[in-house]
Design a protein around this ligand. Structure first.
Ligand SMILES: NC(=O)c1ccc[n+]([C@@H]2O[C@H](COP(=O)([O-])OP(=O)(O)OC[C@H]3O[C@@H](n4cnc5c(N)ncnc54)[C@H](O)[C@@H]3O)[C@@H](O)[C@H]2O)c1
Length: 187
């Protein structure tokens, strides 16, 4: 990862927190970053601050947005070298009270969207025999806490997806890794 100058990266949930910090770091290394987020105002503001970055709105609960994010980046930039699946939310409630709609939303944003984005960018990475997929998981990919059933399930799941992707993609020059942060002070 030492020379990233000129590479193209998609970072989801990059209007805030960890995603924004990742986008800033990549842009500082000369990467053309596609800042993607459901929050249009903050996403635009973040992209305006970073050299070579642009904003693309995408709601990770909408498969058409997810698909469009990948295809429009490949069309406009000619490639995707790096994908950072970072967008995430939390909802805290005991299982017996956990709203089904929240469960579905968390699984869609934090598990289904990373799968769909991975599926959409891999063919382009395979063609060039180079790619990096980084999934922002959590210590909750490794350990459970009460009242966070959907979050812990999604994070355990993304670790499984990371391992499968790594095994399938290695022979094509593509690596897939997960990062499991502990508490980080973010909005
Ligand atoms: N902060 C922590 O302590 C911590 C610890 C471990 C893992 N994480 C993980 O790091 C990632 C980033 O979290 P953060 O703490 O920076 O949070 P954050 O709230 O600061 O940023 C999350 C971003 O995701 C965006 N987002 C939310 N729903 C979306 C959707 N439907 N489509 C597209 N974007 C959406 C938000 O608008 C926001 O900009 C998450 O996956 C989170 O689970 C955070």
């Amino acid at each position: 990862m030492s020379n990233l100058n000129g590479k193209v990266a998609i970072v989801t949930g990059a209007a805030s927190g960890i995603g924004l910090a990742v986008a800033q770091d990549l842009a500082g290394q000369g990467v053309r970053v596609i800042i993607s987020d459901v929050d249009v105002e903050r996403g635009r503001a973040a992209a305006a601050e970073l050299e070579g970055a642009r904003f693309q709105a995408a709601d990770m609960t909408r498969p058409e947005d997810v698909h469009n994010l990948a295809t429009s980046t490949i069309q406009s930039e000619g490639r995707v070298d790096i994908l950072v699946n970072n967008a995430g939310i939390q909802h805290v409630a005991p299982i017996i009270e956990f709203p089904e709609e929240k469960w579905r939303q968390i699984i869609e944003i934090m598990l289904t969207a990373p799968f769909l984005l991975t599926q959409a960018v891999l063919p382009d990475m395979y063609k060039r025999n180079w790619g990096r997929i980084i999934n922002i998981a959590s210590v909750h990919a490794l350990r459970a806490s009460p009242f966070k059933s959907a979050y812990v399930t999604a994070k355990h799941g993304i670790l499984g997806l990371t391992r499968v992707t790594a095994l399938e993609a290695a022979e094509h020059g593509v690596t897939c890794n997960a990062i499991c942060p502990s508490y980080v002070r973010t909005p």
